[in-house]
Design a protein around this ligand. Structure first.
Ligand SMILES: Nc1ncnc2c1ncn2[C@@H]1O[C@H](COP(=O)(O)OP(=O)(O)OP(=O)(O)O)[C@@H](O)[C@H]1O
Length: 828
């Protein structure tokens, strides 16, 4: 074993330095320089105590014993042996035994910031230190022998093996068949001792119960596994394990077999460290069969427990993941809780005002070992460490953590169980006394009444015998009654609070119920509405079918419209009547119109009056807009009719078709939808053939115009329902003409007065935009107005207009006459 680098004997060792990046408040004392080799205060104290008085050993016995075992460095791997050249220097060691009770821990060079400034810490005060070459028997004789003796003497004891993973805990506790550990040696010792005692004293017969179980992690929790049976229903209840198998062992061979079978069942995992994954606990309970009942009782309480804790792991080193990581968390957590319990016990012992924290509740192991961790039963620790440089951090952590535990004291251990039983008996005695006292009081009353002489005598006897005792009982009674009162009040308060909570809960439940009901109603309503909507949409889908009446009407309307448009042409002489041609035209129209009519018929079902008006207004606006675009001159159309001739008719037809095309285009832009699209396309198609056909047809229509007027009884054609339910008069080719559509705009008027367009707009248009928006006038009325309206004369700025107006007056006279000749029949 190589001595520490800063060990004794160095000629001029570098001054030890303390590297502290984050110094704690209660800074540790600087590490003891090894050059001085002075024993620490604790070891000095222990030595002094040992030397001073024969009772010193007893004092030392009262302290928590902490042993340290340094395991040998692992041998080089066989691969390395055969192939790699032998290392010149032995592997560096950071931990060496510095004396009987102390070790020196040197920071390895690899961990030093400045290699020149070596640093060594000395940890002393250990009960014993076992160097790597110490045998299992050495360890047993110093660690376990005293505990076994105490156990056989009827006292419980616990040995806990602590340390990082792979430090030799399992080796220390179980050992191997060739090199048995503490447990086999203990069992051997127990049975050999029993044999000797049975040989010597035949009065007592001892037998032992053996149990072995492990606590391991299960997900994020813990569970117990019995290593001697396959029982699964093991429950941990108040420091005892229910369902745990205890096997009677009568000889060492049986015990050895049990230990082996238990070890085979123990959970280990192939981690980097190939370590145990559980805390293994072995208990040996002595059962004494003695003639003396009292001694049997006390001896039967003794339990010897050996705990082989799972080694704390560093995540970085093991590289554990998933379940293994959870396991190592559990292991580290248990070690931490165990350490916290001991720390708390020490703090409590140092300062009685500090409460003993209940850290033991945080893990199953510490709950099981509660009595030991609260200082009521004796415990011994054996720390296992690895001395290699690589294990410096693990060793340092363990030594720093465990070295203060040596100061933990066990006082009044012997009396503890007695104290407990005494306390219990005292309480029961007090209760009995209370009952007695009540009886006595009762008897006193009875005695006063003179009813029962025996009771009277007894009460007098009691009162005379122990007055002081009565006083104590009185005070106790008062205390108990006060406690009772407090508890009753508390219970009442709790009851009322609970009542209130219950009421609130009921209220909130009711509210929730009513809200649910409301929601259900709403749902039903929504469903009904949805159904209605579906029905409506279905009916709408079915609706767009061709209606003969509509077609007929459209025929009529179109003829009426033609009549309207052809009013100005009535003076033409060469218009031949041709019903067949008209029928042709009608059939063409009929082919075009059904879609439109169907669509227009269908819409009013869906739309309200307001919506229809609104859409009507939009349509009118669009048409107006088109009218504006195609020819603002049309606003002066009243005069155009007078100049009608065959040429003008052609022009007007083409104008009309252009105008209607424009209108159709704008309508298409504005209104989406397949049906509308179809309608407009059809209309455009019809218009494309218009210029010639229309002129010919217009000529032919002339007599029909008269007829149609007679048929409808007025010039006003039947109104057409637009896609959106809006009503406006039909124009040429069934196109609605919401405005006072000019029938035959004259080319000349456009060329003559191009600059007057804007000026004429507000005044010359008798049917201004506002009016059109509000309501559509019947075509006849509009025409009459056009012909007679005074606003025609308003445009006096230009002589031409005046002249045309005067012509219009003449034309209106003609129209009036025409109307008089054919008075309207009245609308259907
Ligand atoms: N004192 C020793 N002498 C010889 N070999 C030892 C000694 N201590 C430990 N070993 C060996 O080191 C290896 C690891 O030891 P062991 O399994 O006891 O470690 P451990 O602390 O129980 O690990 P874990 O907590 O992970 O279970 C074993 O192969 C064991 O034989």
């Amino acid at each position: 074993m190589e001595p520490p680098t800063a060990g004794a004997g160095a000629a001029s060792p570098p001054a030890p330095t303390t590297l502290r990046r984050n110094p704690p408040r209660s800074a540790r004392p600087p590490p003891t320089p090894l050059t001085k080799q002075q024993p620490s205060s604790l070891s000095r104290l222990l030595d002094e105590e040992a030397a001073a008085a024969p009772s010193a050993s007893a004092t030392m016995d009262r302290r928590l014993k902490v042993f340290l075992r340094i395991r040998p460095l692992p041998p080089p791997s066989p691969l390395r042996k055969s192939k790699a050249p032998k290392p010149k220097q032995p592997p560096n060691v950071c931990l060496v035994a510095n004396g009987a009770n102390s070790v020196a821990l040197t920071v390895p060079n690899s961990k030093l910031l400045d290699p020149k400034r070596a640093r060594t810490e000395v940890f002393d005060g250990f009960s014993a230190i076992f160097s790597p070459d110490s045998s299992q028997h050495d360890v047993f004789s110093k660690v376990m022998n005293p505990l076994v003796d105490e156990f056989l003497g009827g006292k419980s004891a616990l040995l806990v093996a602590m340390g990082p993973t792979g430090s030799g805990k399992t080796h220390t506790v179980f050992g191997s068949p060739r090199n048995p550990g503490l447990l086999p040696l203990t069992l051997q010792h127990i049975f050999s001792a029993t044999d000797q005692s049975s040989k010597g004293i035949c009065q007592s017969q001892r037998s032992f119960c053996f149990s072995m179980f492990e606590i391991l992690s299960e997900g994020k929790g813990e569970r117990i596994l019995d290593l001697l049976s396959d029982a699964t229903d093991i429950v941990f209840q108040q420091s005892t394990i229910k369902g745990l198998k205890e096997v009677f062992i009568e000889n060492f061979a049986d015990a050895k077999r049990l230990v082996l079978s238990g070890m085979l069942k123990r959970s280990t995992a192939a981690t980097n460290a190939n370590s145990n994954r559980s805390q293994c606990i072995i208990t040996i309970r002595a059962i004494h069969k003695n003639t003396d009942v009292e001694s049997e009782k006390s001896l039967n309480n003794a339990v010897l427990t050996i705990a082989d804790l799972a080694g704390a792991e560093r995540e970085k080193k093991t590289g554990n993941q998933g379940t293994r990581l959870l396991e190592s968390n559990f292991i580290n957590n248990t070690s931490m809780v165990f350490g916290l319990c001991l720390r708390s016990l020490l703090e409590h012992q140092k300062n009685k005002k500090k409460p003993l924290e209940k850290h033991f509740k945080n893990s199953m192991l510490t709950r099981y070992l509660k009595d030991y961790l609260e200082g009521r039963k004796k415990m011994t620790l054996i720390l296992n460490v690895k001395p290699g440089d690589d294990d410096y951090l693990d060793s340092s952590f363990l030594l720093r953590q465990a070295s203060p535990y040596m100061k933990i004291k066990y006082t009044n251990l012997e009396n503890f169980s007695e104290m407990v039983s005494q306390k219990r008996s005292n309480v029961s005695l007090i209760c009995q006394e209370n009952i007695k006292k009540r009886k006595v009081h009762k008897n006193e009353v009875v005695a006063v009444a003179g009813k029962n002489a025996i009771d009277k005598d007894a009460s007098i006897k009691v009162s005379e015998q122990d007055e002081s005792h009565d006083k104590i009982l009185d005070s106790e009674l008062r205390r108990v009654s006060r406690n009772e009162e407090i508890m009753t009040k508390f219970a009442r308060a709790l009851w009322t609070v609970l009542k209130q909570y219950k009421q609130k809960l009921l209220e909130s439940e009711n509210a929730a119920e009513s809200t649910k009901k409301l929601l259900r109603c709403k749902d039903i309503k929504i469903m009904e509405l949805e159904k209605k909507l579906m029905a409506l949409s279905c009916s709408c889908k079915k609706f767009p079918t061709v209606e003969d009446t509509s077609v007929e009407q459209s025929h009529d309307v179109s003829s009426g419209q033609v009549a309207e448009s052809s009013v100005s042409l009535s003076s033409q002489t060469n218009l031949g009547s041709s019903d067949s041609a008209l029928n042709d035209f009608h059939s063409k129209r009929a082919n075009l119109s059904p879609q439109f009519i169907g669509a227009s018929k269908g819409s009013p079902i869906e739309q309200s009056e307001e919506e229809r008006d609104e859409l009507h207004i939009i349509a009118v606006e669009e048409i107006e807009h088109n009218v504006d675009i195609t020819g603002v001159e049309h606003r002066s159309t009243p005069s155009c009719s007078q100049q009608v001739n065959s040429e003008a008719l052609d022009v007007s037809s083409s104008h009309s078709s252009l105008q209607l095309q424009g209108m159709a285009g704008s309508r298409r832009r504005a209104l989406g939808g397949e049906r509308r699209e179809f309608f407009f396309r059809a209309m455009e198609g019809a218009l494309q053939q218009d210029p010639q056909v229309l002129s010919a047809q217009s000529e032919r229509f002339e007599p029909t115009v008269e007829k149609t007027i007679v048929e409808y009884g007025c010039i006003q054609p039947p109104q057409l329902v637009d896609d959106h339910g809006g009503m406006y008069p039909r124009g040429l080719n069934g196109k609605s003409c919401p405005t006072k559509a000019p029938i035959a705009p004259i080319k000349d008027s456009q060329s003559e007065r191009p600059t007057d367009k804007t000026e004429d707009l507000p005044t010359s248009n008798p049917c201004n935009r506002k009016n059109t928006r509000r309501r559509l006038r019947p075509v006849s009325a509009m025409m009459l107005k056009e012909f007679t309206a005074p606003d025609i004369f308003l445009d006096t700025r230009k002589e031409e207009t005046v002249k045309l107006s005067s012509d219009a007056i003449g034309r209106s006279d003609k129209l009036i006459r025409l109307l008089k000749a054919h008075p309207p029949r009245g609308r259907a």
